[in-house]
Design a binder for this molecule. Structure first.
Ligand code: ZN
Length: 327
């Protein structure tokens, strides 16, 4: 179920201004022992959250629908048969955990895919453009799951931090949507994508994403597609939950943005550890459209947002290729 990765980075230019500890735990579905698929697992007889590692080879023989699956900060609810769910975030400096988690319930087998995203090494801040336009790396979130219909979404205004001027934050979130949907770039690449979106107005209901302690849980499948705000653990700046159906098409997405004062709509002249909302939104919309994380720090789908930079408002070559693959 892993997506394709095409190409590798050329020159490494820079994304992060601040040192981040190399502490992320790498877990790979390929590292697990095979041959448990189809067997009744001991998780069938337990209650409470299931470690994603127990599902990497697939579990059948009992219904796990509705059970919570956990990997690091990420948690999702096992969807009904024929569906898949994924969770991905983006972190700022100081985070060691930007893991992504996907769980599918297909052909009687519940399976988890966990991608650990190691924190990047410290680098100085420099121009991005050249590296972004030559780095062709991309990843699809969990196989190819494009939206087969218009991505119609709403905004949960009540959770918006009061520090934003009226309409300002939403304008940047909408701009982020347009950036990703149209593959806006500085690489002289034209894109004629079929991705269609519609802003459907404010929502009285927040996104189906719960945070308790250091755990972020994507709730049950819902089709409201809401962007809202809230606290996020572990220096995470944004989190997107997305669902796809048996047809292979993406059918729902919810997004939670960090209420941290580190998230700003304009980079201040003297800047440390501030993160551009529009760049953040552009990245998160990438998840909603079906993109996963890449290791190249020049690309917008890198799992760490550069501090004090608006660079991720535009897409790099790999981001464009990924959207083309989907749309
Ligand atoms: Zn992300």
């Amino acid at each position: 179920m892993t997506g394709s990765i095409s190409g590798r980075c050329g020159a490494i230019l820079v994304a992060l201004a601040v040192t981040v500890p190399l502490a992320a735990t790498m877990t790979s579905s390929t590292a697990a022992t095979p041959a448990t698929t189809g067997q009744r697992s001991s998780v069938c007889d337990t209650r409470g959250p299931i470690a994603a590692s127990a599902l990497v080879d697939g579990v059948s023989g009992c219904s796990l629908v509705g059970r919570v699956v956990v990997s690091g900060s990420a948690a999702v609810v096992v969807p009904r048969a024929g569906y898949g769910v994924g969770a991905d975030g983006v972190a700022g400096a100081g985070s060691s955990d930007a893991a992504s988690l996907q769980v599918t319930n297909l052909d009687g087998v519940v399976r988890a895919t966990v991608d650990g995203d190691a924190a990047p090494a410290s680098r100085g801040l420099a121009a991005r453009a050249a590296g972004a336009c030559s780095a062709g790396q991309f990843k699809l979130a969990s196989g190819r799951h494009p939206w087969g219909k218009v991505l119609s979404w709403r905004y949960h205004r009540p959770s918006e931090p009061k520090r934003y001027a009226t309409g300002k934050a939403l304008a940047h979130i909408r701009a982020g949507m347009t950036n990703m949907r149209t593959a806006r770039n500085d690489c002289n690449r034209t894109s004629n994508l079929s991705a269609r979106a519609r802003y459907a107005g404010v929502s009285a209901t927040g996104p189906g994403i719960r945070v308790k302690g250091s755990r972020i849980t994507c709730g049950k499948l819902n089709s409201r597609n809401v962007v809202g705000w809230g606290a996020l653990p572990n220096s995470l700046l944004g989190w997107t939950c997305y669902w796809w159906g048996g047809s292979g098409k993406m059918i729902a997405a919810d997004m939670r943005l960090s209420t941290s004062a580190k998230v700003v709509t304009a980079i201040p002249g003297s800047c440390t550890q501030r993160y551009d909302l529009q760049s953040l939104a552009t990245h998160e919309w990438g998840h909603a459209w079906g993109l996963g994380h890449v290791s190249n720090p020049n690309l917008t789908m890198h799992h760490f947002l550069p501090a004090c930079s608006t660079a991720f408002r535009t897409l790099g070559l790999g981001d464009i290729k990924g959207m083309r693959q989907l749309y």
